[in-house]
Design a protein around this ligand. Structure first.
Ligand SMILES: *Cc1c(COP(=O)(O)O)cnc(C)c1O
Length: 371
């Protein structure tokens, strides 16, 4: 079934397929593991540009919300009939989109009181309510209040003065800009902030959101402080690549091949591995190094940086196939060591990681199919 065809013509490839059964499995395991620690999951769908079937599958598996960074994805999903779903905007909003946020998002992560006030105003215009999670910056230096006193002041202000805004909780994000590793200490810092806010407003907060996929290891190894009751997980469900490959965790219970990139071979030839002539610059203005490995068999594949942006973030599934370079519309793979006989017209398959998944699914030349 084609659920999103960004193509403007009939070209089938490149194509990204989504195995919804495997996705469900990954989401269910994550939800169930977190449930044991009383942690609820917002399924984050921005990594695949908000594919509706992906969102539905995450909800089926028990995610309580769907989250994305782009309000446009929320609008599309709402318009496609997901009217009962709770949507969380995970990029702190632009003040210029306050009306869309009030209209379409149920919850948002926030760190600027002026923006929250603008959403409050828009809410009264549309007769809506909106929930906010105030973000604390615990050292990663992207979004969030740096000054904890300022966060507490904002919380009190929202609680007492903004009639259409519900203060749902506090949260943090780590491991993005500053590469800061979530650990028990950071999570305790967040718990302490929650407690201060609670003491000031005289009630418990509903959500204490401890981060993204990178906070999930604390659940797995049993070191997540008990006050953390919410995580926002995208990559760990969609790909389960980072925790396995970068964190070295045993992720064998998860599928790493929910998504498959398929692309067509358009040339197969034996060629030298070192360019012949005066080496100047490549088509992106760079001067790469080329290793001379003699004449080797290679295939040219009909996709390029326009589709996946980074050729070191796509991983051939066929043994003995190796990506050696790419330009905007061509990808060169070495197939000398491949025991299969690869021919023109064959379809090669690749695993993806977060950046390539994000670029591919956001590209109108790439077909997206659920299987
Ligand atoms: C993208 C994002 C997430 C999800 O990150 P993953 O690594 O995909 O789990 C969570 N929170 C915020 C604020 C984000 O921007």
């Amino acid at each position: 079934m084609t659920i999103q065809t960004n193509c403007i013509n009939k070209t089938q490839y490149p194509m990204v397929t989504v195995n919804l059964k495997k996705l469900y499995h990954n989401a269910k395991i994550t939800v169930d593991n977190c449930k044991k620690s009383s942690i609820k999951i917002a399924g984050i769908i921005k990594g695949c540009n908000g594919i509706a079937e992906v969102g539905r599958t995450m909800l089926d598996a028990g995610c309580i919300q769907l989250g994305t960074s782009r309000i446009d994805q929320i609008i599309d999903l709402k318009n496609s009939g997901m009217t009962d779903t709770e949507f969380l905007l995970v990029r702190i909003p632009m003040i210029s989109e306050a009306e869309e946020v009030a209209m379409y998002a149920d919850l948002s992560l926030e760190s600027e009181i002026s923006v929250i006030k603008a959403i409050n105003k828009a809410c009264s215009k549309f007769k809506k309510r909106h929930g906010v999670i105030l973000m604390a910056d615990l050292g990663d230096l992207r979004e969030g209040f740096w000054n904890k006193h300022e966060l507490t002041k904002a919380a009190i202000y929202i609680e007492n003065e903004l009639e259409n805004i519900d203060l749902k909780g506090v949260g943090t994000n780590l491991g993005c800009y500053g590469s800061i590793k979530p650990n028990t200490k950071k999570m305790e810092e967040l718990s302490d902030i929650a407690q201060i806010v609670e003491s000031k407003i005289g009630r418990k907060l509903e959500i204490i959101s401890g981060g993204a996929t990178s906070s999930y290891p604390l659940v797995l190894n049993g070191t997540m402080p008990c006050r953390i009751n919410h995580l926002r997980i995208g990559e760990g469900i969609l790909l389960s690549y980072d925790l396995k490959e970068i964190w070295g965790l045993d992720m064998n219970s998860m599928y790493q091949d929910v998504f498959t990139l398929k692309a067509e071979v358009i040339e197969v030839k034996e060629k030298p591995t070192h360019p012949v002539g005066e080496i100047f610059i490549d088509c992106f203005g760079r001067k790469p190094q080329y290793e001379d490995l003699g004449v080797r068999k290679r295939a040219l594949v009909a996709m390029g940086k326009l589709d996946f942006a980074l050729d070191d973030k796509i991983f051939p599934r066929t043994c003995g196939v190796r990506v050696i370079g790419s330009s905007s519309d061509h990808c060169i793979v070495d197939i000398e060591d491949c025991s299969e006989n690869i021919a023109v017209g064959d379809i090669l398959e690749f695993d993806l990681s977060y950046p390539s998944l994000m670029y591919l699914t956001g590209n109108r030349y790439v077909n997206i199919r659920t299987i």
